[in-house]
Design a protein around this ligand. Sequence first.
Ligand SMILES: Nc1ncnc2c1ncn2[C@@H]1O[C@H](COP(=O)(O)OP(=O)(O)O)[C@@H](O)[C@H]1O
Ligand SMILES: [Mg+2]
Length: 277
Amino acid sequence: MNDLTTSSLPRASGRVSFAQLAAATAPPGPAGGPHHAPRRAGPLDARPTILAARGVIKSYRKGPLAIPVLQHIDLEIAQGEFVAVIGPSGCGKSTLLHLLATLDVPDYGEVFFEGHRIDNLTAAGRDILRNRYFGMIFQAYHLLPELTMLENVLAPAMIGETVFGYWWKRRKYRQRAGEILHTVGLGHRLKHKPRELSGGEMQRTAIARALVAQPRVLLADEPTGNLDKATGEEILALLGRLNREQNLTIVMVTHDHEIAAAADRTVTLVDGRVQAA
Ligand SMILES: Nc1ncnc2c1ncn2[C@@H]1O[C@H](COP(=O)(O)OP(=O)(O)O)[C@@H](O)[C@H]1O
Ligand SMILES: [Mg+2]
């Protein structure tokens, strides 16, 4: 890892610009240079595009067989939007979210973040990008059972720092983690462990963990999938509040139309493509 990792979180003082990150981590040559994400059309056109997929194609290989999943995805997410990507189980929603998050790479096509191409970053560059700019939540909360809620929320900061870096900033980190747990309504659960909490509280903690690094985009994969209806609605209300009050860009994938209705805009995946609105 290069030294960008040592100044990882939080970024209130002196955030490393994405251009610097791209320059430091992209492979040399034309593929690593600055690109411009396509202009988006539609009612939110005035807002700049934060995340875009252009001509993205993805298949999985099973022996000699290629299983096509994403056939040709063009998608643009504007800064501050709350977008739901909807489609039936198995249609490639998680695959798309993973490609947007640089957890996987497309076979063809390009992914852009703030106008910079990101699908071709080195593995180390993608790690930094995710740690700094993307927060992710999943259907299963993936909390560490031995850690308290506060410690779970602090985990990304610990991972993003050197031991000394974390030690120096630990007070600031703990304060921020406590604040964010208050924001998601769990200020009274800082010292509890996951087994002592409900599903909704665990997902709130996972949201707090995703937000502790002050990401630019929250990517949510079926975030209410393990919750009962009322608790799922609470989580959606929380996401809506974070979107409105903190201008947090959210991309949420779901197979459920009722859940998708919580977003400002719905994008439907059909046969590996975005259905025309
Ligand atoms: N790692 C993988 N290897 C092989 N096939 C996969 C892999 N991940 C997903 N798939 C297949 O790709 C398709 C899309 O999966 P996924 O993106 O998880 O769909 P969704 O999230 O919409 O339910 C499914 O048919 C799934 O079985
Ligand atoms: Mg999925």
